[in-house]
Design a protein around this ligand. Structure first.
Ligand SMILES: [Zn+2]
Length: 284
């Protein structure tokens, strides 16, 4: 047998399964774990929503990296995914899987609705997450109370949280703050590219005394750093970021912390305040 035989056979097997969705679903319990990731990708590509749902329910690994697979215009697929997570919860399918609740959930660059968000907070199989990434998902129009509920459940387990490019506003961070401040296991957080004022960023940092394990923390610069046209004021950038840094140091000593502007419309770079100030090309 040549070294190429196993992958070819695997591919043929996958093609057969993908031609008959019902057969694929009924075969999931017998499939080796190694087949799941490629079959899952192909199910996404073919929009086989029933198979996606069943595969999530039967997923044999701790992590379920779905972000890059979700198409912005295919909300049915996202719903299938969430239904699958629900099935893990309700033990309708494949129990051996409930022994391994999800540790990582990554949802990136897609649209989610209020209904989607509501379902996160009541999905028990997410309540042991260590890593939650909701990146490039526009949240500014949504009620984040369900997310606060989820974060409250994760206070003792969550280690990394990524909300980059979510266009959150002050009113939304205020909703999350009580739960966030209780997440004592957090060692990594990213809030870059959200729209927060100086007042709410200060408030956030003043409520992070519990974050004693924090290693890397990334925040957006306050909105007050920009002028009416969205250009960064170098003086305000330095002054306000230093003030935020001092606010935090009054509570705890950060290890690695940075405040970043949005990408500059002229040079495509960002200004970052961390160990000193690094300005975009235009402001140097
Ligand atoms: Zn620039």
């Amino acid at each position: 047998m040549s070294g190429q035989t196993p992958p070819t056979l695997q591919k043929l097997a996958r093609q057969t399964l993908l031609r008959d969705e019902a057969l694929a679903i009924s075969s999931l319990e017998e499939l080796p774990a190694v087949v799941f990731p490629p079959l899952f990708q192909e199910a996404f590509a073919g929009r086989l929503n029933k198979l996606i749902k069943a595969m999530v329910a039967a997923w044999p690994f701790h992590d379920l990296p779905v972000g890059p697979l979700i198409n912005m215009h295919n909300l049915e697929t996202l719903q299938a995914l969430l239904d699958g997570v629900d099935m893990r919860l309700t033990r309708k399918f494949h129990p051996w899987c409930l022994r391994t609740p999800l540790q990582t959930l990554s949802i990136t660059h897609c649209l989610i609705s209020q209904t989607d968000l509501d379902s996160f907070s009541c999905c028990h199989n997410l309540f042991k997450l260590k890593n939650l990434e909701i990146r490039g998902v526009t949240l500014f129009a949504l009620d984040l109370m369900p997310l606060r509920g989820l974060l409250g459940k994760l206070a003792g387990t969550l280690e990394s949280l990524d909300f980059q490019w979510c266009s959150m506003k002050d009113s939304q961070l205020i909703v999350l703050l009580p739960a966030l401040s209780q997440c004592s296991q957090l060692n990594q957080i990213n809030f870059y590219s959200n729209d927060f004022s100086m007042a709410i960023l200060k408030d956030l940092l003043q409520h992070t005394a519990n974050w004693s394990k924090m290693n890397v923390e990334q925040y957006p610069v306050p909105l007050e750093c920009y002028d009416a046209l969205g250009h960064v004021s170098r003086e305000r950038f330095v002054e306000l970021c230093q003030e935020l840094m001092d606010t935090l140091r009054a509570k705890r000593e950060p290890k690695s912390i940075s405040f970043a502007t949005n990408v500059c419309q002229n040079c495509g770079k960002t200004c970052v305040y961390g160990q000193g100030a690094r300005l975009c090309s235009c402001l140097q």
